[in-house]
Write a protein that binds this ligand. Structure first.
Ligand code: NAD
Length: 370
């Protein structure tokens, strides 16, 4: 299979984790006889420095010519004082809007070998398996006005939470599709309907969509309760669907169930079929350039890409199994090493590549003799 993959490493550890993910993908291509073409684009702080724009036109063109996109992360203290339109995060928000990447899927599963790494007790996290479906192109992060104003004679500020009913409907429908076809048929719709009108409409729409999926059970949960339930009893969840900002916050919280932000992959799906894959973490300026970031979230995001965008289930599973094998062997990056000797970013990826190659060699031998 021939595929073009746009690579947007971005800033900080984004570059480090994308670099090693490319090496893992090259190993997959070699063993499974695919051709992956990698086209690099600038985004975020780097793009501001080089092009004066966090999302240059060239980058959009590179993405549109690709079959899928892998992004690292954007942001860093260097650009924190920039005006809003010259902030790295603007580049990512603009890309999500430009490509209509409206549904962000964040699977939360635990690895047996990492159960001790979670700050939660083992019995609470063992067997956790749910997915957060986060709306990604609407809500507070996009609403206008978003500005400082004068209000009742005082300095004030306004951000706008705006959703079209159709935007709510399509994200909830996506969640029902996932719950119905791929999961245990239970949806928790998270909102703040006791306070926000937008949440009351969200609830209405969820109820309407639910009528089309009688096999799926729908429950509503207030976001403050959801934040508590994620820690108290995370196994209760199957599919969580929620708006942009609630999803942003809850998925970072949920990452600790798995032990580290460096473990969580995500897929941002569009209406056009051109999807973007990225770790949920940011550019981690505190550890950038040290070759110590955990690359697993990005490597698992690449596995999601192979499965979702290219239909390469076997290849996706091979990456996931290789990650599992390496973790079972005891290799850990610093975020998970609990003070023990840690592998570098490059060593972790190298071990995953080796595990992929070993596993594939065994498969080939088995096929030859079957
Ligand atoms: N999608 C994105 O590009 C994205 C997402 C979140 C934050 N950001 C940006 O990233 C910058 C830093 O934000 P932050 O510090 O709040 O969040 P962050 O996710 O970058 O880091 C939070 C903490 O987790 C650690 N961490 C994150 N990823 C890790 C990994 N792969 N391996 C090991 N440790 C890891 C960091 O060292 C840090 O201590 C900001 O500019 C922010 O705007 C970007």
């Amino acid at each position: 299979m021939k595929k073009r993959i746009a690579l947007l490493p971005g800033d900080g550890i984004g570059k480090e984790v994308v670099d090693v993910t490319v090496e893992v993908l090259k190993t997959v291509a070699e063993h499974f006889h695919h051709q992956f073409q990698f086209d690099y684009g600038l985004i975020g702080g780097d793009a501001i420095d080089q092009k004066g724009n966090p999302l240059p036109e060239e980058t959009i063109a590179i993405c549109k010519q690709a079959d899928a996109i892998i992004l690292g992360a954007v942001g860093g203290p260097k650009w924190d004082q920039n005006p809003m339109e010259l902030r790295p995060e603007r580049g990512l928000l603009a890309l999500r809007k430009e490509l209509d990447l409206f549904a962000n899927l964040r699977p939360i599963t635990t690895f047996d070998s990492l159960l001790d790494s979670s700050p939660l007790k083992k019995e609470y996290v063992n067997g956790v398996d749910f997915v957060i479906v986060r709306e990604l192109t609407g809500g507070l992060y996009f609403g206008k006005p978003s500005e400082r104003i004068t209000y009742e004679g005082q300095e004030a500020v306004v951000d706008t939470l705006l959703y079209k009913r159709s935007e709510i409907e399509r994200i909830i429908e996506s969640a029902f599709e996932i719950a119905s076809k791929r999961r245990r048929k239970h949806i928790t719709s998270v909102d703040k309907a006791n306070v926000l009108e937008s949440s009351r409409v969200w609830r209405e729409v969820a109820e309407e969509v639910a009528k089309r999926y009688p096999e799926v059970t729908l429950e509503h949960m207030l976001v403050d309760n959801a934040a508590m339930q994620l820690i108290r009893s995370p196994k209760q969840f199957d599919v969580i669907v929620t708006e942009n900002m609630f999803g942003d916050i809850l998925s970072d919280e949920a990452s600790m169930i798995t032990g580290s932000l460096g473990m969580l992959a995500s897929a941002s799906l569009s209406s056009t079929g051109l999807h973007l894959y990225e770790p949920i973490h940011g550019s981690a300026p505190d550890i950038a350039g040290k070759n110590i970031a955990n690359p697993v979230a990005t490597i698992l995001s690449a596995a999601m890409m192979l499965r979702q965008s290219f239909g390469l289930e076997e290849e996706a599973k091979a990456i996931e199994k290789a990650v599992d094998n390496v973790l079972n062997s005891g290799t850990r990056t610093a975020d998970l090493a609990q003070g023990n000797k840690a592998a570098s970013t490059k060593q972790m990826a190298e071990e995953i590549k080796n595990a992929l190659a070993d596993d594939h060699a065994i498969l080939n031998i088995m096929e030859a003799y079957s």
